[in-house]
Design a protein. Sequence first.
Length: 213
Amino acid sequence: MTIKLFTLLLQAAISTLGISLISIAIGFVIAIILSAATLSHKSIYVVPARLFISFFRGVPLLVQLLLIYTLLPVIGINVPSIVAAIVGMSLCTAAYQAENLRGGFESVPRGLIEAAEVTGLSPRQTFFRIRVPIALRLTFPALINEAIMILKSSSLVSVVGIIEITKMAQDLASSTYLPIPIFASAALIYLVINSIVALIGRFAERSLGGAST
C-alpha cells in the first residue's frame, strides 16, 4: 500500500472526525433540552421528549439518515449531503445522550437541590449551576462511550453521499485490488481516533473528579 493511498484515507478520516464531533456537540445541546423536558412534571414537555427519544433510539441510524436525506427536499429544504448527515447523526446521538443525562439528573441528591432553593437560586439557575455539572460528572463515562459509538457509526453517512473512511477504503480496495492492506489501514485509523477520544475522556473524567473533591 502506497503513501498516497494512506493519505487519501487520512483525508477521509478528517471528514469523518469533523462530522462526528459536530454531531456530538449539537446532540449534547439537544440532549440537555430533552433530558430537562423528560424530568418536567408537565406532559406537554414530557410526551414529545419521550416520543423523540423512543423514535431515534428505536430506529436504526441508517434508516434515519435515508429518511432525513429524502424527506428534506420533499418539504422544500435543499441542503448539502453533509448537512443531512450531521442532522441525522445529531438527532440520533441526542436521544442516547439524553437518556444518559436523565439518569445523571435523577441521581443528583435532593438535599443539594433543596439547599440551592434555600439560598435563593431560581429553578433555571439550580438546573444549570447544580444539576447539570453533577449529572455531567456522573454520566461522563457513558457520554464518552456514546461519542465513540457515533465515531464508529459515522461509516453509515456514505449512504447519503459522504466520502468517509469506510467508503474511501471500499473505493480504494475496488480500484487497486488491495483490500487487506487498505481495510487494515482503515481499521487502524479508526482504532487510533477512538483510542485518542477514550484517553481524552479518561483525562477529563479524572479532572472532573479532582474538581469535585
